[in-house]
Design a protein around this ligand. Structure first.
Ligand code: 13P
Length: 245
């Protein structure tokens, strides 16, 4: 269960979140719990999560090791800051950062080289769904962003299906719609990396996940977790989501 904080919370608000959140998820061992705060809050989040099983990750990463890339952060820097996880290819990065599937592949590879677990995001826009292109888009994003990995690399990747029309809109995908997309992604995995990989890969659903809809979503066999935006900003609400796992 992952919380993507996007561009929310200061250092102080980060510390206050963990003070409330840690006791609420104490004793949760059956799932990974990861928070993705803004970069500048990562040290505070690491510190506040110390001694718990909660992990901290970066919301984006550059594909290079180091260099003249003003404003960017490398996978090695995230790892050195104690991160084990990183988001790659979030639709907001694709939209505002003009990230392509080729960028997603490079970022995923550099994350893996640094020992991070990348959560690679895919998902169709509303106009693409309306035009009946959901399958085509997911297949393309998989082919461009993930199929170029080796089997060994792919075994360490987590995928997040986030239909863009469900993000921040309150329009959660129905469990059926989400499950269809997850099955499609899993079948692409099966074609490229084989049945074992398809069974093992964790596919998270993201898009308006809330405490009152998460349980029904998680009943779907092909949904292995959630990538939560807005509802992860509040300690009580995100802890309820974690417990639903
Ligand atoms: P919301 O949960 O706010 O819809 O955001 C989903 C998301 O983009 C998580 O990465």
């Amino acid at each position: 269960m992952a919380g993507n904080w996007k561009m929310y919370k200061t250092v102080q608000q980060t510390i206050e979140f963990f003070q409330r959140f840690n006791p609420l998820v104490n004793g949760v061992h059956k799932c990974d719990v990861v928070i993705f705060p803004p970069f500048v809050n990562i040290p505070a989040a690491q510190c506040a999560a110390a001694g718990t099983e909660i992990k901290v990750g970066g919301q984006d990463v550059h594909w290079g090791k180091e260099g003249a890339y003003t404003g960017e952060i490398s996978a090695g820097m995230l790892a050195a800051a104690g991160c084990e996880w990183v988001l790659v290819g979030h639709s907001e990065r694709r939209l505002y950062g003009f990230e392509t599937d080729a960028d997603v592949l490079k970022k995923t590879q550099s994350s893996l080289e640094a020992g991070l677990t990348p959560v690679v995001c895919v998902g169709e826009k509303l106009e693409e769904r309306k035009a009946g292109k959901t399958e085509q888009i997911l297949v393309e994003q998989f082919a461009g962003g993930l199929a170029g990995l080796t089997e060994e690399q792919f075994s360490k990747v987590v995928i997040a299906y986030e239909p863009v029309w469900a993000i921040g809109t309150g329009h959660t995908a129905t469990p059926d719609i989400a499950a269809d997309a997850h099955r499609l992604i899993r079948s692409e995995v099966q074609k490229r990396f084989g049945s074992d990989a398809a069974e093992a890969v964790r596919i998270l659903y993201g898009g308006s996940v809330k405490p009152d809809n998460v349980e029904r979503l998680m009943l779907e066999q092909d949904l292995d977790g959630a990538l939560v935006g807005g509802a992860s900003l509040d300690a009580e609400s995100f802890s309820k989501i974690v417990h639903a796992a």
